[in-house]
Design a protein around this ligand. Structure first.
Ligand code: APR
Ligand code: PHB
Length: 392
């Protein structure tokens, strides 16, 4: 049987960053990932890094490429009733965000991990967790070569996302789940064209929400609110561009630049939290414990925030036999998680149009939007949540 201090399940932002934090503290870890390296490096996900996320990556020496290629943004636009209203993130908070694709962070973290000489077990199949309530939990799996493997750990970190094996390994009745689904999904595309605007545009339109984002000066990222039952086959490139043009229409200077669509996907929207983020010697981090709808751009940032606490708490246990930080882990994370859950829900409900929206809800949305862009207090509240609240 193999042995490590921390068994990490999942090589997304949470698992990879945790592996790096532990490495810098001299703690041994093994990372198991169900997919191939190529798959995780090319999976298109969101792309907004809070200033707190960027700060942590810089402190760890992991931000060289992010600093070169990431796009710093000091504001974004809320577009409704054919007019733009800028939210001046930098002016209101003194902070900005950085647009840099999550898969680019994953590539940087994988490169950093491999450079340490400690690998990643890609294509690990049949991953199963055992003896979680003991001080020697185990992980079994079948490796890429088809060999059955077994790993004894001091602690297991469940960083395997919403569909992973960690959360379902916890016995029934231990966790409380809070779940909310929305009557819409996002159709997302990557377009080979220069972005149509320097900043992100969150557009609320009678036909539904649309978002204009980007990945680089040559690549735009665009989203349309669609019905959750919608199929990609129904959306030709021409229909997507037509619908985007309608929802981004504005009185003023704006041309939606079109280009070849290189990626298309539909993602349902959901809010989900389990409490606590722990069972015995298994600690959940990131999407395995909570998901948010993408409107507030919080998913990856929350995963990073969990790991920022989990890393030092594991070091305290494994170096000094001090379990107190781990005992507070779930409670402390959940405070930030619930703030982000509320913020994402707020952004989502303010900007999306429910299929059978009644006129009352419509009026409330408009009132909220007008208030947000006309009151410094309301705009600051939005801005400070968006750039990332400080850590206590
Ligand atoms: N065994 C091993 N690995 C697994 C298993 C399993 N049974 N199941 C899933 N995985 C892997 C996935 O393939 C994925 O690479 O775990 C990883 C989890 O990564 P993410 O889903 O990226 O989750 P996380 O690291 O928590 O990052 C959260 O990802 O989904 C986005 O919007 C979300 O931005 C947020 C971020
Ligand atoms: C993205 O660029 O993918 C993105 C940006 C902002 C969001 C969500 C996604 O709120």
């Amino acid at each position: 049987m193999e042995r490590t201090q921390v068994g990490i399940v999942g090589a997304g932002p949470a698992g990879l960053l945790l592996a790096h934090l532990l490495y810098t503290e001299g703690i041994d870890a093994v990372v198991l990932e169900a997919r191939s390296r190529e798959y995780v490096e090319n999976r298109v996900r969101a792309g907004v890094c809070e200033h707190t996320t960027v700060g942590l990556l810089r402190d760890l020496g992991l931000a060289d490429r992010l600093d070169r290629e990431g796009l710093p943004h000091g504001g974004f636009s809320l577009r409704f009733d054919r007019a733009d209203h800028r939210i001046d993130l930098a002016g209101l908070t003194g902070k900005s965000i950085t647009v840099y694709g999550q898969q680019e962070i994953v590539k940087d973290l994988i490169a950093a991990r491999l450079a340490t000489g400690r690998g990643i077990e890609f294509e690990a199949a049949d991953v199963a967790l055992h003896d979680l309530e003991t001080e020697t939990p185990r992980i079994t799996w079948t490796d890429a070569g088809g060999t059955a493997r077994e790993l004894r750990c001091d602690v297991i970190a469940g960083c395997d996302g919403f569909h992973g094996v960690s959360r379902p390994s916890i016995p029934a009745g231990v966790l409380t789940a809070y779940d909310h689904t929305y009557p819409f999904a996002w159709l997302g595309v990557l377009a080979r064209t220069a972005p149509s605007s320097e900043e992100l545009i969150y557009a609320r339109h009678e036909r539904g929400f649309a978002l204009h984002s980007m990945r680089s000066p040559e690549l735009a990222r665009l989203y349309l609110q669609v019905d959750p039952t919608e199929r990609l086959d129904n959306w030709s490139d021409a229909r997507i561009w037509d619908e985007l043009a309608t929802r981004f229409s504005v009185d003023g200077d704006f041309t939606l630049r079109e280009g070849a669509l290189v990626e298309k996907s539909i993602t349902p929207m959901r809010s989900f939290v389990v409490e606590p983020m722990r069972y015995g010697r298994l600690f959940l981090a990131g999407d395995s414990a909570h998901i948010v709808p993408p409107t507030g751009a919080k998913g990856m940032n929350l995963a990073v925030a969990d790991v920022r606490r989990l890393g030092p708490a594991l070091v305290a246990l494994l170096r000094k036999n001090d379990s107190r930080p781990l005992d507070c882990y779930s409670e402390q994370c959940l405070r930030r998680v619930w703030r982000a859950e509320h913020f994402s829900y707020f952004m989502t409900t303010m900007l999306h149009r429910a299929p059978n929206a009644d006129p009352f809800t419509d009026r409330l949305q408009h009132s909220q939007l007008r208030y947000t862009v006309s009151s410094a207090a309301a705009a600051t509240s939005l801005a400070e949540n968006y750039v990332g609240l400080p850590f206590d």
